[in-house]
Write a protein of this length. Sequence first.
Length: 78
Amino acid sequence: MRTYMTLVLVAAPLLIDATVSRHFLEQAQHLVGELAGAMVIMAKSPTRATEMGARVDAAVTSMRAAAAPLTRTLTPDQ
């Protein structure tokens, strides 16, 4: 998770200028927040794993949807 958060911070200046990439960045940051929250809550209350898993899954789905326009322009070689 630390590596993912670092990647989001490093990529932020490159992604913030355009609307589509900024939306992706926002969703990536939201996912980081959900992952961090899930780790804290599950450490305190493991019985909430299903609830937290659903929140993380929703954040991943949103990030994938935001990434689709960015990856559409890539070729298979890229």
